[in-house]
Each structure stands twice: as C-alpha cells, then as structure tokens.
Design a protein around this ligand. Structure first.
Ligand SMILES: C[S@@+](CC[C@H](N)C(=O)[O-])C[C@H]1O[C@@H](n2cnc3c(N)ncnc32)[C@H](O)[C@@H]1O
Length: 260
C-alpha cells in the first residue's frame, strides 16, 4: 500500500527522483526510516558500517584539538566516534527524525537542522568536515563541497565515506545480488519498501572518482585521495582545504622528505 506521507506517487516505482523533487523526497524518506535506520544499517552491512566510520575518524586523525562538522549526520554515528576521539562536534542534517535519534544518544555533540548546502556555521571555523553515506543524497554535490570548504580553516581536512561498486566482476556480481535484490526485499519486510529500493539505486547519483576529484578541486580542496574499502564495496575520499596552512604543511612535509 502507498505510504500516504511519501511524496512519491508510486512507492513501488524504482525511478529515481528528479533534481527538483529530490531534496523533499530524500528528507521525507529519512524521516520515515529514522526509527529503524541504525538497526538496518548494522544488519545490511554486517556491522562493516561502524568499522568504516571508525576508519574515517582515524584516517583524518580527529583529536581533542579538532572542531568537527558532521555533514548529513543522520542519527549521529560518525559524530559519536568524533566525540569519543575528544573533538568538539556539530552534526548537521535536514531530517528532523534522524536528528531526534542523534540527540537521544546524549553524546555531547550539538545537532542542528539545516541543509548541507547552506550551513549556519561561521566561515573558517572547523578543522575537520566528515560525512557518511550522504554524497549520493545531495542534490548538488558541488554546492555542498563548496559549503564544506567555506566552513573549514585553510588546511582543514575533509572525509567523505560512501558506498561504492567493486571492480572485481565476481565481487560486483555477488554484491549487486545482495545490494540490489536482498536489501530491498528485507528492507520492505522490516522498514520501508520504497526507501530500501531507493538506497541501492541511489548509487547511480554518485559521480565517478575523476568527477568527484574535479568537484573537490573546484570547491577549494587539494590532495584528494580515494581509498577503496572492503573489496571496493565502500570508499573513503579525503582531501585538504587549500590555503596558507595547507601550503605551509605541504612545504614542511616536502622539507622532511628531502631531509632538510
Ligand atoms: C544515508 S544517511 C547517512 C547518515 C549518517 N551520516 C550515517 O553515517 O549513518 C544520509 C543522511 O543525509 C541527510 N541528508 C541528505 N541530504 C541532505 C542535505 N542536503 N542536507 C542535510 N542533510 C541531508 C539525510 O537526512 C540522512 O540523514
């Protein structure tokens, strides 16, 4: 039966929302699935999701010296790990029910309802921006990256954790069977049919590595590195905001490498 709160006329339709309707559709969808979001994430990823989040926090070396913005924070999984690493954390998301889940954790992070493309945060304020499994949900990835660059100090670190498609054909076949067939089936039984059909299909919104690198550079980042995780079923893309500090740090690294 059609969910009366779904802005999609036919929830069985596998058509991805157009740019015009995407933000409203995505927000409404996350508001619907928020109560079971964490449980299904752990189940469908066999808890790899938390391993990848811990890796994200470690890779950008979050510490007590950091001010971290968790973009599209959802129920606060990444925010919690950043708080545990000692950082001051602000999580931002536009779905009220996801944020309610984050606030219920009582982890000592601030959670703010806002669009990732228009952050209510000062320019040059944060030292790290992290984002988990959100890139494919943004209407304009470039606008969000530009906003991330704005709130970061020069030399600030960015980490984008996302799903990916394995390059090995056998792994790709098995993963596709699991991700595109089993996940929607189980998602329909346990939560929301449309959402768990959309989530695997939304991979189609992801830019290629080259396109993402170009967007990151256009937004004001450098030193873009992509790591393929767990056989390529997930990816972690890191970058550094261009600027004086980044240049100085790069110079110091080069000096060390040259033995100066
Ligand atoms: C797949 S969930 C990921 C949540 C969390 N980062 C995690 O690691 O589990 C994607 C989140 O992105 C949020 N989102 C999508 N587009 C957004 C936007 N433009 N502004 C703010 N939040 C957005 C959704 O509300 C949802 O909570």
């Amino acid at each position: 039966m059609a969910n009366p709160q779904s802005p999609i006329r036919n929830p069985q339709s596998t058509t991805l929302p157009s740019s015009d309707e995407k933000a409203a559709v995505v927000r409404a969808m996350f508001d619907r699935i928020a109560p079971r979001y964490d449980t299904l994430n752990r189940l469908f990823s066999l808890r790899l999701d938390q391993y990848w989040r811990r890796l994200t926090v470690r890779t950008v070396a979050i510490s007590a010296q950091d001010i971290v913005v968790d973009l599209a924070c959802g129920t606060g999984d990444l925010s919690e790990l950043a708080v545990q690493a000692g950082a001051q954390v602000v999580g931002v998301d536009f779905a009220a029910n996801m944020l309610a889940g984050a606030r219920r954790r009582g982890i000592g992070a601030a959670f703010v309802q806002a669009d990732a493309g228009c952050l209510p945060l000062p320019t040059g304020w944060a030292t790290v921006v992290i984002s988990g499994f959100a890139v494919r949900n943004f209407v304009s990835i470039l606008a969000v990256l530009t906003e991330a660059a704005r709130v970061l100090k020069p030399g600030g670190r960015l980490a984008l954790l996302e799903v990916d498609t394995p390059s090995n054909w056998l792994l790709r076949w098995g993963h596709s069977l699991y991700f595109n067939r089993l996940v929607p089936l189980l998602g329909a039984l346990l939560s929301d049919a449309w959402a768990y059909t959309y989530l695997p299909r939304s991979v189609l919104y992801l830019p290629t590595s080259v396109e993402l690198q170009q967007m990151l550079e256009a937004a004001g980042f450098q030193d873009v590195v992509k790591r393929r995780l767990s056989g390529g079923i997930a990816q972690l893309v890191t970058a550094v905001k261009k600027g004086e500090t980044a240049k100085r740090e790069k110079g110091e690294t080069e000096k060390k490498e040259n033995g100066l």
